[in-house]
Design a protein around this ligand. Structure first.
Ligand SMILES: Nc1ncnc2c1ncn2[C@@H]1O[C@H](COP(=O)(O)OP(=O)(O)OP(=O)(O)O)[C@@H](O)[C@H]1O
Ligand SMILES: [Mg+2]
Length: 504
């Protein structure tokens, strides 16, 4: 095999952060026109490797070559000039600029004679890019007004507009719907035909197997293997990732449901919800499925007081309650793990420990002194339960890997011992091993009598975890299925408005 077969060669890459060896002597080779999946558990080093490739981080040792020649990539501009672009795991768009401004930031098209920005061209070109991607977003809209999925697609449009030969996509699909993912995959396939290489990071192995030609697995910063997809199956990849056999993906105990703990009647938020009613029982996991825009997040947020309800009643344990803010919801014994954990959940410049216990602090302080040893114990307990990978709980959350940051938010809500726990996309961006842990924790909570309401776009998860499933469409609950009768087909059917046989 000739050395130049590879478009990209990264060799002997090492990188240490205080207390963590994030990459240990990693070799990574990508061929031209190949879709190359990079997989591994949360904290395995995937993002670090891509940041080194794209000049966002420097390496301690190692070398990089492109098309057979050694290259020095010290800044993101170096990478761009070499035809390498990256779609970041944490969205890096500027919320108060428009979509078009974000796409062409720093390289705005200009009038030939004057140096003024050609706004018309900027917006026409961006709109064209978006429509190529089948994204229904106005290029003149402010990015801050878009959903996370839409923002993700804007990132994709931006990467494409850079005309790169190599695109690193760090979990581009984690907040996309199936339909949006398919559109992205079509785009990736057409890139491939044009000889563009793509590095694809995802925790969804079905996707990895659908789209990739080659898979490289990292574990704890080391290269575990790199093989063509045709020589692998999911089980083997999981084994390489976690280094052990994994238990049942959806452990499900025999939980007895008790009385109704939360009742919602005819809830409207004046925008996305048009009359939602539901009952959540103590001891059950109620799954809420539906397409993006069906109102699932609106439902979670309206119940929890994040958005005001226009009309509708909520009863908790049989008593009517008014929930006008998340603070009130928390006082009533409710918790919400939000979908957009990065924006709504974390204090990035605070320690992991503080982030975990911050909501529980009220319970841990007496005479307004914080009981630090209790706080420490609590933080440690949940860090272990959720397998948060870090050298120290004093580490800033900013320095955690994406998936580990998510675990911190989940841990925080669990410390509150809520009676009703709402989880919006609880395992998005979470690795397979921890997914199992989170599902097990949800079961434990239900066994302990908590009512768990889980919104998820991951159908196998909805089917595997829920005792009962509601399907939402256009701001309403349109179907209900028992665990026994729910299938991927009848849920999708209900979600898209086809005819289905539901239990009701
Ligand atoms: N700036 C930083 N300071 C300190 N430690 C860091 C920093 N960035 C990353 N790390 C650590 O390096 C390790 C690798 O992190 P990385 O973000 O590369 O993981 P990942 O494979 O992308 O995980 P995920 O699937 O959760 O996104 C982790 O232990 C992480 O905590
Ligand atoms: Mg990452």
């Amino acid at each position: 095999m000739s050395e130049n077969k590879f478009y990209l060669r990264m060799e002997g890459i090492s990188k240490a952060f205080p207390g963590v060896q994030a990459l240990k002597d990693v070799n990574f080779y990508v061929a031209r026109g190949e879709i190359h999946a990079l997989v591994g558990e949360n904290g395995a080093g995937k993002t670090t490797l891509m940041k080194i490739l794209t000049g966002a981080l420097s390496m301690d040792s190692g070398s990089v070559s492109l098309k057979g020649s050694h290259v020095e990539i010290n800044t993101p501009t170096d990478a761009q000039q070499l035809g390498i672009s990256m779609i970041h795991q944490e969205l890096s768009l500027i919320p108060n600029l428009t979509v078009g401004q974000n796409i062409y930031l720093g390289r705005e098209p200009r009038w030939k004679i004057s140096a003024f920005i050609d706004w018309n061209r900027l917006y026409t070109d961006s709109q064209e890019l978006l429509s190529q991607l089948d994204v229904d977003v106005d290029a003149r809209a402010e990015v801050g007004s878009l959903s996370i999925a839409q923002q993700q697609m804007v990132e994709v449009a931006k990467a494409i507009s850079l005309n790169a030969d190599l695109i690193a996509m760090d979990e581009p699909t984690s907040s996309l719907t199936d339909r949006e993912t398919e559109v992205l995959f079509d785009t990736m396939r057409s890139f491939k035909k044009r000889g563009i290489s793509i590095i694809f990071i995802s925790h969804r192995l079905e996707e990895v197997f659908e789209i990739s030609d080659w898979v490289t697995v990292l574990r704890d910063g080391s290269l575990i293997g790199s093989e063509p997809i045709k020589d692998l199956d999911e089980e083997r990849v999981v084994q390489m990732m976690v280094g052990r056999e994994l238990g049942e993906m959806y452990p499900k105990g025999d939980v007895q449901r008790r009385g109704v703990i939360l009742e919602v009647n005819n809830l409207h938020d004046g925008r996305e919800l048009s009359g939602v009613s539901l009952e959540l029982y103590s001891g059950e996991i109620l799954g809420v499925a539906g397409l993006a825009g069906a109102g699932r997040t609106a439902l979670a947020e309206t119940i929890f007081g994040v958005r005001p309800a226009i009309t509708g009643d909520i009863e908790l344990d049989g008593s009517p309650v008014k929930i006008n803010s998340p603070g009130e919801a928390i006082r009533l014994g409710m918790g919400l793990v939000p979908e957009d954990r990065k924006q709504q959940g974390l204090f990035l410049n605070r320690a992991i420990r503080e982030n975990i216990v911050i909501s529980a602090l009220g319970k841990l302080s007496r005479f307004s002194f914080i009981n630090f040893s209790k706080a420490d114990k609590l933080a440690r307990e949940f860090a272990v339960k959720l397998d948060i990978r870090t050298p120290s709980l004093r580490q800033l959350v900013r320095n955690l890997s994406g998936g580990n940051q998510q675990k911190v938010v989940i841990a925080r809500w669990l410390t509150l011992n809520p009676r009703v726990l709402i989880l919006d996309e609880p395992t998005r961006g979470i690795d397979v091993g921890t997914k199992v842990e989170i599902h097990a924790l949800m079961n434990q909570l239900a066994e302990g009598g908590v009512g768990v309401l889980m919104v998820s776009s991951d159908l196998p998860e909805v089917l595997g975890v829920s005792d009962r499933i509601l399907v939402m469409r256009e701001g309403k609950v349109v179907s209900e299925f028992s665990r026994e009768h729910a299938t991927q087909d009848n849920i999708m059917h209900a979600a898209t408005g086809g005819k289905v046989n539901s239990d009701k």
